[in-house]
Design a protein around this ligand. Structure first.
Ligand SMILES: NC(=O)c1ccc[n+]([C@@H]2O[C@H](COP(=O)([O-])OP(=O)(O)OC[C@H]3O[C@@H](n4cnc5c(N)ncnc54)[C@H](OP(=O)(O)O)[C@@H]3O)[C@@H](O)[C@H]2O)c1
Length: 327
């Protein structure tokens, strides 16, 4: 007999100045399963900055609260298969670029999230999990590893032997970029804020690491910059003529001035990147199976400790990914 409520982590209201004050671990109505959809029992959910924006009220109206958090999840479908949720629930598989629909359909945003005992989804939104991954590791694939794959190969179009600079060493996205890049034959250079984080990057496969702002030994083919204001000018200085800077995020804020003269004079390609397609996931899946790569999980905490986990994410105190597990 299914219960009509479930444990969940949710934002009770938008609180721009104190996001964690609106975080509740409590009961929410269990989701109704629409015709043709499937109920999945959640086993692990990794945390993402998007949830902090939802707690702050960014991009949501007041009447969309309470809003369940969680942008990705690994769980068991009714046939006992281990599955991941592809976040674009209603785009047809094979749509030309599914990710273009994401801003209007984000989990923990326009749609309720996954940080709960159950979620429902159409079967076409469920993706297979590489066998060698634990639940915790699998829960990191959609929001950091899939975007990292897209940034390196679809957006920057890197090839084995190319050099890429990753801004930031120890975060979820950076650790994915380093591990995937190194396993794919790229020369991965990394900036990191502390010796300990730079050492972590080298253990993950970085060929060289630098303090932030350091002049590099040679221009790089591409830079992946999810940091924003604190690293943007260094990214533009570091990329070769005709190279690519992928804008992956803006953790430290936006960037005045844009240095437009440098952009046109050196013919720098500046491209944004968001999430990834199902087809890119298939290629990542194959890469992971053939290399045995595993996402770096910093810590796995039970649902009841979600507030402590989000506090660490908000403080920037993470090595890889933080994960919430469910029994
Ligand atoms: N576009 C996409 O599809 C996509 C996907 C995932 C994430 N993102 C975005 O990418 C960003 C990183 O996400 P994440 O999950 O990796 O977050 P995270 O785990 O919190 O990591 C934050 C990263 O930012 C770096 N950083 C923070 N403050 C910095 C500063 N003042 N100066 C230099 N570096 C700084 C850190 O570098 P150190 O390691 O050196 O401390 C760390 O690598 C976020 O803005 C997120 O929204 C975008």
């Amino acid at each position: 007999m299914l219960s009509d409520s479930m444990r969940a982590v949710y934002a009770s209201a938008p609180t721009p100045d104190d996001p964690l004050s609106a975080l509740v671990v409590g009961e929410r109505p269990a989701p109704v399963v629409p015709d043709g959809w499937i109920r999945v029992d959640v086993r692990a959910v990794s945390l993402n900055h998007k949830d902090l924006w939802t707690l702050r009220g960014v991009g949501l109206d007041h009447d969309q609260y309470p809003r369940i958090l969680g942008c990705e999840a690994a769980g068991l479908d009714p046939d006992g298969r281990r599955v991941l949720l592809y976040p674009l629930l209603n785009t047809p598989p094979g749509a030309s670029d599914e990710t273009l629909h994401l801003p209007a359909a984000q989990l923990s945003g326009a749609r309720p999230g996954t940080l709960a005992e159950q979620f429902t989804a159409p079967g076409s939104s469920l993706l297979p999990i590489p066998d060698h991954l634990t639940w915790e590791e699998a829960s990191c694939l959609i929001c950091t590893w899939l975007p990292a794959y897209r940034m390196l190969f679809t957006k920057a179009q890197l090839r084995p032997g190319d050099t890429v600079l990753v801004q930031g060493a120890a975060g979820g996205l950076s650790t994915a970029l380093i591990a995937i890049g190194a396993a794919s034959g790229l020369r991965v250079w990394v900036t990191g804020r502390t010796p300990e984080k730079r050492a972590l990057a080298r253990r993950l496969g970085a060929a060289n690491t630098f303090e932030h702002g350091t002049e590099l030994p040679a221009p790089v083919d591409a830079v992946i910059d999810g940091v924003g204001k604190a690293t943007w000018h260094h990214s533009l200085r570091s990329v070769r003529h005709g190279g690519t800077v992928v804008v992956a995020g803006a953790t430290t804020g936006d960037v005045p001035p844009a240095r437009l003269h440098r952009v046109y004079f050196h013919q720098i390609n500046i491209v944004g990147s968001l999430s990834g397609t199902r087809e890119e996931y298939q290629r990542l899946f194959t890469l992971m199976n053939t290399t045995g790569l595993r996402p770096l999980v910093d810590d796995a905490l039970p649902l009841s400790e979600a507030r402590a986990a989000f506090k660490r994410l908000s403080d920037g105190d993470v090595r890889g990914n933080l994960v919430i597990t469910l029994p």
